[in-house]
Design a protein around this ligand. Structure first.
Ligand code: GTP
Ligand code: SPV
Ligand code: MN
Length: 592
């Protein structure tokens, strides 16, 4: 497949370590994929779904102890502990290599070693990067073929270069006590053992495209962010692009594929999806910030996805999709999850493969759910009805606005604009959100999640903040405007006040208007808030008083928030950029 000496040497090293029966190179060809699907069906690793209703779609169930990312078992291994910073788990690289090699030794005995050369970003794009994943799992191969660009051309483009990321995965015994997800940023290396679940094993995604790439971006002057990218087309046919960072399971896929309310569609407004999870951004020749989506598919949250909430995502899952940990409707061999529709299947298997009893279903008790709350679909981006014409182009799209957001029941207003780039970096650095099922651990606890990158930043978070500030200096007056949104304010009964989903378009329109100097705003302590009459409520069952309510900045709540941010900043000590400390002081004074 290649004469690249660095590639051959590494593959030899891993092969000698894991001792496989056979070695297979993956080129992404139709015949090869079909053959692998057949093998996986024969062993029960995949279940073939109804091929008339869901052509080329399959269901996979992971082990019950292996259903989400494991942040406490994720490590950044740098020579100097200080380089990983206070928000990452650190381990000495030498010791970790020894530990992992001991775990993985002979782990492929009797098995096949698959080698997957892949490109993150359109093959050959100046913004793209190449990786090679070694795995013993057909599930991983088939997911990587959807999520990244797997093609013979990848190795041609790589040539003799050593600029590629080494990704080694071994299922071992799926033993949670020996599960490790390790990044070695200094060596462009990732090693993952004892898991078979999505984000832990599709190493192109969070491990490479965020943890390793954020480190590369820091060294090379670009940015790798946990952001969706969308294009908003107005009735004149002009398209403006925004990138938005929300923590896991806080609505990126939904916002990226949004369908505008009918009255806006009739006027000619459209949303185009460039990406739903990750954005790589560089300064272009004209001085603006350009973004590509390095992925080639969507690894989306299934529960809650339905025709109304996210039609485009649902459409994307109707062919060539792998479902993980959803329920199987035995009546017609299709899939089901909570929130897909109101027809609880009478004859179904839950995500564990046990008979499901709909009469015992209680939506407040996760253990009665048919699908796991973090069940997912892996769908090709090409299936998406609103995929952007720019998606496959290597040049990237110019970003007008950056949006931060998260789940905050009380604090953050529906939307506000930062007062400057530096103030926007402050807002991102202080972001918090209630935790979700996307990672193992407690759900619903407020935690600080700077730029939605807490679990994904591959180096010291204070250096990361400084990198953001430096990028702003380089961008100058061409920098995107920075905003914050919160779709998740609740009333006293805990119901979401803002309708969300397609209606978020009303907020996006205000954001674009602000970027173009077309909308007014009120200056508050935290930033610029819309005039209530500037958020279009046409055809919405919401009065302006309710809107005013979710646009307010409650002084008492924000004074507490400032205390929390102070505590959060203490972690970074002297390394925290002075600019951010100044921003916090300014906010404190503004609130007085
Ligand atoms: P990751 O793939 O983990 O990075 O998640 P994500 O950020 O792409 O989140 P996603 O769009 O899959 O949404 C996660 C959950 O949030 C789903 O259950 C959605 O139904 C819900 N959600 C998304 N947008 C909204 C919204 O505007 N309002 C409300 N109330 N819920 C939303
Ligand atoms: C997330 O958790 O942010 C995801 C899913 O997008 S995973 O690939 O598991 O990280
Ligand atoms: Mn994500």
């Amino acid at each position: 497949m290649t004469n690249n000496k660095t590639v051959l040497k590494w593959i030899d090293e891993i092969k000698n370590l894991v001792n496989p029966n056979e070695v297979v190179w993956i080129d992404g060809s139709k015949e090869q994929i079909e053959d692998l699907r057949k093998q996986a069906v024969a062993t029960g690793e995949l279940f073939k779904l109804n091929q008339e209703l869901l052509p080329d779609c399959y269901l996979h169930r992971t082990k019950e102890n292996d259903v989400a990312r494991v942040e406490d078992r994720t490590f950044i291994c740098t020579t100097d502990k200080e380089d990983a910073g206070p928000t990452n788990n650190w381990y000495d690289p030498k010791e970790m290599y020894t530990k992992l090699y001991d775990i993985a030794r002979n782990s492929y005995t009797g098995k096949t070693m698959y080698i997957i050369p892949f490109s993150m970003g359109p093959i050959g794009s100046p913004l793209a990067k190449i990786g090679i994943e070694i795995t013993d799992s057909i599930y991983v191969v088939l997911n990587m073929v959807i999520m990244t660009r797997v093609d013979k051309k990848v190795l041609e483009v790589l040539g003799d270069s050593n600029d590629w990321v080494r990704c080694f995965h071994s299922r071992c015994d799926i033993d949670p006590e020996k599960r490790y997800i390790c990044q070695f940023p200094e060596d462009n290396t990732i090693i993952s053992v004892n898991s078979g679940y999505g984000g832990n094993v599709l190493l192109g995604k969070k491990c490479f495209a965020l943890r390793i790439a954020s480190y590369q971006g820091w060294k090379e002057g670009w940015m790798a962010e946990h952001m969706l990218i969308l294009g908003l087309e107005n009735p004149k046919g002009e398209v403006k692009y925004v990138a938005a960072a929300f923590p896991s399971a806080c609505g990126k896929t939904n916002l990226a594929m949004l369908i505008p309310p009918e009255y806006l569609r009739e006027k000619g407004y459209k949303i185009w999806t460039v990406g739903d999870d990750i954005s790589w951004m560089r300064i272009g020749e004209d001085g603006r910030l350009y973004a590509i989506n390095p992925e080639n598919g969507f690894f989306g949250v299934a529960p809650g996805t339905n025709e109304k909430s996210n039609f485009n995502a649902l459409e994307s899952t109707k062919k060539g999709t792998i479902f993980t940990n959803v329920a199987l409707d035995l009546n017609d061999n299709t899939v089901w999850w909570e929130g897909l529709n109101k027809n609880l299947p009478e004859n179904a298997l839950d995500w564990k493969g046990n008979k499901w009893d709909p009469s015992k279903f209680d939506k407040t008790d996760k253990s009665t759910c048919a699908a796991h709350p973090n069940s997912r679909f892996t769908a090709p981006a090409a299936n998406c009805p609103c995929i952007s014409s720019e998606f496959d182009k290597g040049a990237g799209v110019p970003i007008s606005a950056i949006i931060f957001g998260g789940r905050r029941a009380k604090c953050a207003p529906l939307v506000y604009q930062s007062k400057s780039w530096e103030n926007g970096v402050f807002i991102g650095s202080a972001m918090a959100s209630e935790t979700t099922a996307a990672a193992a651990g407690a759900v619903g606890v407020v935690r600080r999640d700077p730029m939605a990158m807490l679990p994904f930043c591959g180096y010291h978070m204070a250096d990361y903040f400084q990198h953001w500030l430096d990028m702003g200096k380089k961008l100058g007056d061409k920098a995107p405007k920075i905003f914050n949104v919160n779709w998740f304010r609740t009333d006293d009964e805990g119901n979401f006040i803002w309708p969300g989903f397609g209606d978020n378009m009303r907020v996006l329109n205000w954001i674009i208007d602000r970027c173009e100097g077309k909308a007014d705003a009120t200056e508050t302590a935290i930033g610029y808030i819309p005039k209530p009459e500037d958020i279009d409520l046409t055809n919405l069952d919401m009065d302006i008083e309710t809107l005013k309510d979710i646009l307010t900045v409650d002084k008492d709540v924000w004074e507490k928030e400032v205390e929390e941010i102070e505590k959060h900043y203490e972690k970074f000590g002297d390394k925290l950029p002075a600019e951010l400390r100044n921003q916090l002081e300014t906010l404190k004074n503004n609130l007085k």
